[in-house]
Ligand binder design. Structure first.
Ligand SMILES: [Fe+2]
Length: 144
């Protein structure tokens, strides 16, 4: 199994490649959901684009398993993966023929309209401490 650092969605996004399967974290979503935000702390749209290009250079039959999926207005229920070929044909953000600078400009513009995800500030406080809660305060409780 290869472990590959693919920053962009976050600074520490990684992908595990094992045979014809790759577990791509949130670097890619399902083709009909497209790609993840790149405006979180440590995120970078240019790095996200470059990371995705390396993933899409894997053999076309490689199955890409996403970190999460919730369905869409047109698709009820979650899915877990799609092939490189399916992303290259169907993912509107990265399909064949997509121009790097145009995609980066569009992603930046869209991210500027999105609110912070629910509970991200609490999650970051724990992530930055390596999964630990903050120290207890005077009431003996950890507060986020
Ligand atoms: Fe994420």
């Amino acid at each position: 199994m290869r472990v590959m650092l693919f920053p962009g969605h976050t600074l520490g996004s990684i992908t595990y490649v094992c045979g014809d399967a790759a577990f791509v974290h949130d670097t890619l979503m399902q083709p009909d959901v497209r790609t993840a935000q790149a405006d979180f702390p440590g995120g970078n749209i240019k790095q996200l684009w470059d990371s995705i290009q390396i993933i899409l250079a894997l053999p076309t039959e490689t199955r890409l398993f996403v970190g999460h999926d919730y369905g869409t207005e047109d698709r009820e229920g979650p899915m877990w993966g799609a092939t490189v070929a399916e992303h290259k044909a169907e993912n509107q953000h990265v399909k064949d023929g997509t121009e790097r600078e145009d995609r980066i400009r569009r992603r930046d513009a869209r991210d500027a309209t999105l609110p912070l995800p629910d509970r991200i500030l609490a999650a970051l406080q724990i992530n930055l401490r390596g999964g630990r809660l903050p120290p207890a305060e005077d009431d003996s409780r950890a507060h986020l």
